[in-house]
Design a protein around this ligand. Structure first.
Ligand code: ZN
Length: 336
């Protein structure tokens, strides 16, 4: 008995030592990488989005080769500009396609990160049947299964949890996906990225995280640029949450620059993420419809940030260091 106890303690000690010394990881479509290898990153973009609804979508809706032909030039364009990674934020039942992402990674040389989770905004149109009947625990079980064994036998693993909630306030189905995301986070260390928009649902979500003992630093408030009361995202960032200003277009230049300056003034630049929320191939439209490229941040936003006093180090913080911290695999419990 004594020997068994000793052995158990010895094995536990070795395990803890190896955890402490192990470098942080990020999970891309091609597998685990040291978190520091994420490089310059666009943290919220799309390759393909299928808006037909959870009841009708499926891989029959697009031809992978045609999507590759359309999208590849846009990926090569940002690779040339020095970007190393894009985070693909299309969840299951809205056009997530791991095999397609694998093809694009191979052809472009870019790193792509995909996700697990469900999109419960827009009247839950993108929630599959079982999403309405199953509990948060059961949904989390499905997402944890993807994180542990890969998505649909493709050998591709999710690198974060993507969910979405209604714009005005959380409804029952929204609460359930946020709860499922918390359970999944605690089991996997995957970060929760939630399509949110305004402050009311954002703080409702942070309250649910708190109830589950999950720290705000496990949460990306996606589409925070829609909240015009800047004190709200600043308050969330002070709590530790990530603030995603992620739908950059040249028309929003002043809004984005102003927010970056505010965050810098508050000492919160280390909580800010910028992206385009661009793309995407649209199944059902001729040639996949109008594709929006991923270069406007480089063309307009970064020069304007520099002009307004942000340093090279600040830019490096936003586009490289922050994605490392936001997407590294780590369970983030509420500190007691
Ligand atoms: Zn998006």
């Amino acid at each position: 008995m004594k020997n068994t106890n000793f052995l158990y303690l010895f094995v536990s000690a070795i395990f803890l030592l190896s955890c402490n010394s192990k470098e942080s990881k990020i999970i891309t479509v091609s597998g685990e990488i040291p978190a520091g290898e994420i490089g310059k990153t666009l943290h919220h973009e799309h390759i393909l989005v299928d808006f037909i609804g959870a009841d009708s979508t499926g891989y029959h809706r697009w031809k992978k080769e045609e999507v590759v032909e359309k999208v590849l030039p846009y990926l090569l364009e940002i690779k040339k500009l020095g970007y190393k990674t894009i985070v693909e934020c299309t969840p299951a039942y809205l056009g997530r396609d791991p095999e397609l992402l694998k093809m694009l990674v191979e052809k472009s040389g870019l790193q792509i990160i995909t996700n697990t989770g469900y999109y419960s905004a827009v009247g839950a149109k993108y929630i599959p049947e079982h999403g309405f009947t199953e509990t948060a625990e059961q949904l989390a079980e499905r997402w944890i299964e993807e994180a542990k064994n890969g998505i649909e036998g493709t050998g591709v693993y999710p690198g974060f949890i993507k969910i979405a909630v209604e714009r005005a306030s959380l409804e029952e189905i929204n609460r359930k996906v946020v709860e499922a995301a918390c359970i999944t986070h605690k089991a996997t260390g995957l970060t929760i990225m939630s399509h949110t928009g305004l402050a009311v649902p954002a703080f409702q979500e942070l309250e649910i995280l708190k109830n589950y003992g999950v720290h705000p630093s496990a949460f990306i408030w996606t589409h925070a640029h829609n909240e015009r009361d800047l004190s709200k995202p600043i308050e969330a960032a002070q709590m530790g949450a990530w603030i995603g200003y992620d739908n950059f277009t040249p028309e929003k230049l002043d809004r984005f620059v102003n927010f970056a300056l505010q965050m810098k003034k508050e000492g919160l630049l280390h909580k800010l993420l910028f992206s385009h929320d661009a793309g995407w191939y649209r199944p059902g439209e001729p040639g996949g419809g109008n594709f929006r490229g991923y270069t406007e941040i480089e063309e307009y936003l970064i020069p304007a940030l520099e002009k307004n006093g942000l340093s090279q180090q600040d830019i490096y913080q936003i586009f490289t260091l922050n994605p490392v911290e936001a997407f590294k695999i780590q369970v983030r419990p509420v500190q007691s």
